[in-house]
Design a protein around this ligand. Structure first.
Ligand code: ADP
Ligand code: MG
Length: 689
């Protein structure tokens, strides 16, 4: 591979042993076979028998073997749906949606009828739904309403190897449920060989391996250290395009932003190299990709062209894209990490694990021999990824567990327990928010907060707004913060960018801060009767706005459910700020001499995020922020100015006068009351749990 000169073959890793000899058949025959016969079909009856005989079954099978799309259909054919629904959980929203739509298509039914999906803020099911795909987080929420999941006959915890926080919590809960519901069947399915661990956890549950069909994958790695991985990845794509036979290329990238960058670079290079636009079809796929664009990735490339799929690690095991013959893997993914000491949560670009590297490579060898181009040395990787439960903020799940009557969260049956201080921090926060009482029991307020499918601080902000008569404003702000996409559109051209910034600053007059600016955007849009034209003129993303409206409607319904009147108080900015503080008082920060900020209760220096409307404004002394993001520095995103005395008014159990005293001599500020000892104080209260 002279043209791929930078790469050397790691021949010892070629997996010839898994190769099945099929060479006697013609390509057409093979093709047809691939389409018509998924590996799992041959084992249908055996699987059904095992499910009947074993309450818990661990199923392992190569990605694309048909676990997610076929098993629920088999169960339906075998009559399980007469006893109740089949629920199948997915760690990712987009996987739940895409798989449900595929199964509906296979069954020839309308999505949302017999086959449906449920993800946060989007329920596409009906009374008829018997095959229900959902995110693991949604099943957790269903448990709150239906603790024994009586309406289900089978629960399939799919993609178990992903070990997301919600999946790990579900493990403990469904394991318990199996004892009280002998008729319930549990399937734990995974794409990797972690099966033993799952089996042990589920009291030596039976393991069934779906015999794989995998072709050899030749692996190459880049022996030259590369400065710009994205550039290298793009270059590799073109090298493959120019030197290798037809077949689609899958590039693993870290997120939407990187995918968009890659798309631009690819297009520019296509122009440079005079590549015809009919030769390469670029298909991005990531979780926030609008639904109507998602289908494109599954469509076969037209004759004579090849698809270049730019994907996040969603394409690692969650969804299967047929036709991939080449994988380009820069070796990174985004993982969330949480520091229990500071409460700082961040998404960090992290090297993938060896297990992930294997999975990614495997994506090229599903329908024929494949090639994987690694831009790293696999020897440098950790064996597996740390499960999310050990690197996540646990406040939300702890509240859920408490509501389910699990008093001692420290002794919950975790497959891998989280650090004790992370649990402690969660309890401490929930206590401070008033969701738990001094005995660690869930309060009336906590129960009301749980009605909202958002983080505890945000739900406290919503529920707490009753007092300030601005619940309408709070659900608007909460909805605008929950769209998962940015509201303001930032064009790339300098002049356009300038105009967009001016348009945006119109919402920030009087330095109102980001929360209230979001509120103004929504209200102005509403006044135009939800006009897309208005969005366009004001550099607002109309898709995000429609989603915000959708979320807001749902939050309004939930307010009604808990008996909070929908009241509006748009001109009383102090009331609005106080309501925000009611949920976010732990996120307070004070201006320092050097222009940075310091968290009031933690010894942590933080900065105003450049995306904030207050970034260029004259700095306010005290502020409350929505979240911290770590990029080059620890940045506060979505901030609002506040008055320090409100901290005492709203959270007297959390703040003391000395926390907000100004102009303290430097010495005492350093030694006397160290914020760490404050944390210690609160811990004492928490120790009683
Ligand atoms: P597994 O869960 O074992 O990884 P799946 O059941 O997801 O496997 O996939 C089985 C087959 O179904 C794949 O080969 C793929 O071709 C097809 N498939 C799955 N989802 C879609 C989709 N949204 N669109 C088109 N084909 C799909
Ligand atoms: Mg699957």
């Amino acid at each position: 591979f002279d043209d791929l000169g930078g790469f050397v073959e790691t021949s010892n890793e070629v997996e010839t042993e898994k190769h099945r000899d099929r060479d006697s058949r013609t390509v057409a025959e093979k093709d047809k076979e691939e389409r018509n016969m998924l590996p799992i079909h041959a084992y249908r009856d055996e699987l059904l028998k095992l499910i009947e005989e074993n309450q818990v079954l661990v199923i392992v099978g190569e990605t694309g073997s048909g676990k997610t799309t076929q098993i629920p259909q088999y169960l339906r054919e075998a009559g399980y749906t007469k006893r109740g629904k089949i629920g199948c959980t997915q760690p990712r929203r987009i996987a739940a949606m895409s798989v449900a739509s595929r199964v509906a298509q296979e069954l020839g039914v309308k999505l949302g009828h017999e086959v449906g999906y449920s993800i946060r803020f989007e329920d596409c099911t009906s009374d008829k739904t018997v095959l229900k795909y959902m995110t693991d987080g949604m099943l957790l929420r269903e448990l709150l309403i239906e603790p024994k999941l009586d309406s289900y006959s089978v629960i399939m915890v799919d993609e178990a190897h992903e070990r997301t926080l919600s999946t790990d919590i579900l493990f403990g809960l469904v394991k318990d449920l199996a004892n009280v519901r002998p008729d319930l069947r549990l399937i734990i399915s995974s794409a990797t060989l972690e099966a033993k661990k799952f089996s042990e956890y589920f009291d030596s549950a039976r393991i069934y391996m779906i015999p794989g069909r995998r072709y050899p994958v030749e692996k190459f790695f880049n022996k030259l250290p590369e400065a710009d991985l994205l550039d290298t990845a793009i270059r590799t794509v073109f090298q493959i395009h120019e030197t290798e036979p037809l077949g689609d290329i899958l590039v693993f990238l870290t997120g939407q932003e990187e995918i968009e960058k890659a798309e631009t670079k690819l297009k520019l290079r296509m122009i440079d190299l005079r590549t015809k636009s009919s030769e390469i079809i670029i298909c991005p796929i990531y979780s926030n990709l609008p639904t109507e664009l998602q289908a494109k990735v599954f469509e076969p490339a037209p004759k004579g062209s090849r698809k270049v799929v730019l994907a996040t690690n969603i394409a690692e095991t969650s969804i299967t894209i047929d036709g991939i013959r080449y994988v380009v893997d820069p070796g990174y993914c985004k993982l969330n990490s949480y520091n229990p000491r500071t409460g700082m949560e961040s998404l960090l670009v992290t090297p993938i694990s060896k297990a992930s590297a294997e999975q990614r490579a495997g994506r090229s060898g599903r329908t024929g021999p494949g090639k994987c181009f690694r831009l790293y040395n696999v020897k440098d990787l950790e064996a597996t990824t740390v499960p999310e439960v050990q690197r996540a903020n646990l406040a939300s799940v702890v509240l859920t567990l408490k509501s389910l009557g699990i008093e001692d969260v420290f002794n919950f049956d975790f497959m891998d327990p989280p650090p004790a201080n992370a649990l402690l921090k969660a309890l401490e926060l929930l206590y401070a928010l008033g969701a738990l009482d001094g005995k660690g029991e869930i309060t009336k307020l906590g129960e009301r907060m749980l009605e909202f499918p958002v983080d505890p601080m945000l739900s406290k902000m919503i529920v707490g707004s009753e007092r300030y008569k601005c619940s309408g404003e709070m659900i608007t702000i909460a909805a605008m913060l929950s769209t998962g996409n940015s509201i303001f559109y930032r064009p790339r051209q300098v002049r356009e960018e300038y105009l967009a910034d001016i348009a945006r600053m119109n919402f920030y007059t009087e330095n109102v801060g980001d929360h209230i600016a979001l509120l103004r955007v929504y209200n102005s849009w509403k006044e135009t009767n939800y006009s897309s034209q208005w969005c366009y003129e004001n550099y607002i993303q109309s898709k995000s706005m429609r989603r915000a409206r959708d979320i807001r409607d749902q939050l309004a319904g939930l307010l009604e459910k808990i008996g909070v009147e929908l009241t509006s108080n748009p001109n009383d900015l102090d009331a609005i700020k106080k309501a925000i503080l009611a949920g976010f008082f732990p996120h307070s920060a004070k201006l320092q001499k050097d222009g940075s900020y310091r968290r009031v209760k933690e010894p942590q220096t933080v900065y105003v995020h450049p995306s904030s409307g207050l970034f260029t404004a004259s700095p306010c002394k005290w502020l409350v922020y929505h979240e911290l993001v770590l990029t080059t520095k620890e940045y506060m995103r979505h901030i609002t100015e506040m008055k320090p005395e409100w901290l005492i008014e709203i959270a007297p159990h959390y703040y003391e006068l000395k926390d907000i005293e100004e102009a303290r001599p430097k010495k005492t500020q350093r030694s006397g009351r160290s914020p760490m000892s404050k944390v210690g104080d609160t811990n004492k209260k928490v120790k009683r749990y």
